[in-house]
Design a binder for this molecule. Structure first.
Ligand SMILES: Cc1cc2nc3c(=O)[nH]c(=O)nc-3n(C[C@H](O)[C@H](O)[C@H](O)COP(=O)(O)OP(=O)(O)OC[C@H]3O[C@@H](n4cnc5c(N)ncnc54)[C@H](O)[C@@H]3O)c2cc1C
Length: 374
């Protein structure tokens, strides 16, 4: 791996790759680094998971995403598509290269990189975080320097943990694996948003016995895809999926999980007894958080409850000169998905215009999706 670059993009997700296409078109020398494969965030979704977004909204760099039967794309179709884009534009992507340390230097940035076995995010990352001794010592480190740096690092790096006894047991996971494996199993799904709802429907269909525990009274129809909720409600009404509202696991002890009643705020009530539910697998689908390591190392200010990086909305430049953020990385650890691929394409044009000294593009983000002012 060689030394100096004009620009480095960290993250070969859809937005990092879309920016790379734009830089190739503009003749800006750069490299894209990713700790895993391209599109690695999609790599840990369960096989066959479909995007919620329509294909044209997640297509990048003007390359059509064509899907059979005019349906939503599966993660497999989208990963194939991303690979095709990388080939078509001969994007300078270096996969399985993790930036383990980043610093600001007098003329840009210095990145300490090491070969890696998986992306930042997903079950392997979570396993290593839960047991840091499991993380292999980085060997073969190299320093890459650059004049400009873009963090397209995403924001779903680690599960939002419940921090309860038993959370690290082997039958407990924060990731839905291949639904097939759950056939004939008693599965407790914890959560009440899209991932949990979708998992409940899919696991019911593969013949699992599904119970859902949600800390609220009911699902929030505003936050669940309109085609998922009616089906789940029907399954619950027909008692094909068991629903335990206002409950939360407080301890996992095979073969059961202790579920406590929750208060108005969705927190476990200390004054009420918990009840045991017997199950074979536990899926804690309670969301994901962003790894802030690089942001901290580079001195990026973090704002708000979600600890979003501070950046200029017109240029995507952070409080650190020549350091940009793009894609879902801008949103911090969002509790409600407000930044996703379809409203992050504009980041690419803003960054390119700023890098090349052009006027910022006029397109405003869709108002209902925009973030509050930084
Ligand atoms: C089940 C599910 C369904 C979803 N459906 C949709 C949908 O329908 N529409 C939508 O827009 N979004 C959806 N999302 C969210 C989607 O994953 C993101 O929108 C998309 O991946 C964000 O793209 P990105 O380029 O911003 O970041 P990511 O795709 O997350 O890419 C970030 C990359 O940065 C790399 N990286 C991070 N830190 C480092 C480092 N230190 N060194 C090297 N590499 C690093 C990571 O390995 C990763 O590959 C869904 C998510 C899930 C879990």
């Amino acid at each position: 791996m060689s030394g100096d670059h004009d620009t480095v993009i960290i993250g070969a997700g859809p937005i990092g790759l879309e920016l790379s296409c734009a830089l190739v078109r503009e003749g800006v020398e750069h490299v894209v680094l990713d700790a895993g494969e391209i599109g690695a965030t999609m790599g840990w979704w369960a096989p066959g998971t479909k995007y919620f977004s329509s294909p044209e909204r997640i297509a990048i760099a003007g390359v059509p995403l064509v899907v059979p039967a005019q349906d939503k794309a599966t993660r497999e179709q989208y990963m194939d598509y991303l690979r095709g884009v990388v080939e078509q534009f001969s994007l300078p992507v270096r996969t399985f290269t993790r930036v383990i340390e980043a610093s600001v230097s007098s003329d840009g940035f210095a990145l300490c990189c090491a070969p890696s076995t998986h992306a930042v995010g997903g079950p392997e990352e979570a396993r290593e975080q839960a047991a840091p001794s499991a993380r292999p010592r980085p060997a073969g480190q190299q320093t890459i320097t650059c004049r400009r740096l873009v963090l397209a690092i995403g924001n779903m790096h680690l599960p939002r943990r419940l921090d309860i006894p038993g959370e690290n047991l082997p039958h407990v996971s924060h990731y839905l694996r291949d639904p097939h494996r759950y056939h004939g199993r008693r599965v407790l799904i914890v959560g009440g948003k899209n991932s949990a709802v979708e998992a409940a429907i899919r696991l019911y269909r593969v013949g699992a016995s599904v119970t859902m525990s949600y800390r609220r009274d009911d699902f929030d129809a505003q936050r669940i895809k309109y085609w998922l909720l009616p089906e789940l409600r029907w399954l619950i009404d027909k008692r094909r999926v068991a629903f335990l509202p206002r409950t939360m696991p407080v301890r996992i002890e095979p073969p059961s999980v202790q579920l406590a009643p929750t208060d108005e705020e969705g927190r476990p009530r200390a004054d009420a007894p918990s009840e045991a539910l017997t199950c074979d697998d536990v899926l804690l689908l309670t969301g994901y958080i962003q790894d802030k390591t690089l942001l901290h190392q580079l001195g990026v200010e973090l704002v708000g409850d979600e600890q979003r990086p501070r950046f200029c909305a017109q240029t995507m430049q952070t409080n650190v000169e020549r350091l940009y953020v793009a894609g879902t990385a801008v949103a911090g650890s969002q509790r409600r998905a407000r930044v996703f691929i379809e409203n992050a394409h504009i980041h690419v044009r803003r960054i390119v215009c700023h890098m090349l000294g052009r006027e910022p593009p006029e397109d405003a983000p869709m108002p209902e999706l925009s973030l509050p002012e930084n």
